[in-house]
Design a binder for this molecule. Structure first.
Ligand SMILES: [Zn+2]
Length: 205
C-alpha cells in the first residue's frame, strides 16, 4: 500500500560545499534556521491533506516516504522540485505563506517525478509524452505547467491563480490554456491516461 510522504524541513547543506548559492553572511544561518521553523509551522497549519489530495485527483501514487525540503538562505524568488529547494525570500509573513504555495507547486512536480519511468534509461517517459501529444505546439516549460497548475487549481477549487506575482511567459500561457479548457477537464484527461498506464504496468509486472 502506498503511503503519503513526510516533508522534512532542513537548511540547505552549506557544509557540503554548496556555499556558492549563499551570499556572504546574508541572510545568516540563524535567520535561515528561524525561517525554516516558520515554514514548517506554516506548512503544518496549512497541511489539510494536500499530498493525499493531489494523489487522489491525478490517480497517481507516492513512492517516497520522506521528502527533504531545503530552505535556501537567499533572497531571490525561485524554487526547485528535485532537489526540493525553497528560497527564504523576504521574511515577512506574507512571503512565508506565498512560499507555502510555492512548496505546494513543487510538491505537485515531486508527485509527477515519483511516477516517471525512472527505471527506463532510454528516456521514454509517459508523462512527458502525454504533454507532447496533447500540446505539441507549446514549449516544454508551458506544457508541464498546464498540468501542474491545473492540478493546483483543482485542489484549491480554482483560487490559486491570483497568488502568482509576475509569472514567467510560459506560466501565463499555461493559465490561458487552463482558462480555455478548464482545470478539471485537463486533470480528468490526465487521470484517464494515468489509469491506463497503471493498468498496463501492472499487467507487465
Ligand atoms: Zn513548476
Amino acid at each position: 500500500m502506498n503511503s503519503t510522504p513526510r516533508i522534512i524541513f532542513r537548511i540547505f547543506p552549506q557544509r557540503h560545499g554548496w556555499e556558492f548559492a549563499i551570499p556572504a553572511g546574508k541572510p545568516s544561518h540563524k535567520q535561515a534556521l528561524a525561517y525554516a521553523k516558520k515554514m514548517k509551522d506554516c506548512w503544518q497549519k496549512r497541511e489539510w491533506g494536500f499530498l493525499e489530495e493531489i494523489a487522489l485527483v491525478t490517480g497517481l501514487s507516492w513512492r517516497r516516504t520522506e521528502i527533504p525540503c531545503y530552505i535556501v538562505a537567499v533572497e531571490q524568488s525561485w524554487s526547485s522540485s528535485d532537489p526540493l529547494l525553497i528560497p527564504m525570500g523576504l521574511s515577512s509573513k506574507a512571503k512565508i505563506e506565498s512560499n507555502c504555495y510555492n512548496l505546494e507547486h513543487e510538491l505537485i512536480h515531486c508527485l509527477l517525478l515519483d511516477n516517471l519511468n525512472k527505471e527506463d534509461l532510454s528516456g521514454e517517459d509517459w508523462i512527458f509524452d502525454w504533454h507532447e501529444q496533447r500540446y505539441p505546439v507549446e514549449t516544454p516549460l508551458c506544457r508541464i505547467h498546464i498540468l501542474v497548475h491545473a492540478i493546483h487549481a483543482c485542489v484549491h477549487k480554482g483560487s490559486i491563480k491570483q497568488i502568482q506575482i509576475a509569472p514567467p511567459p510560459a506560466y501565463k500561457r499555461s493559465w490561458e490554456i487552463i482558462e480555455k479548457e478548464g482545470a478539471e477537464s485537463i486533470v480528468q484527461a490526465f487521470r484517464t491516461s494515468a489509469a491506463t498506464r497503471i493498468i498496463e504496468s501492472s499487467i507487465e509486472s
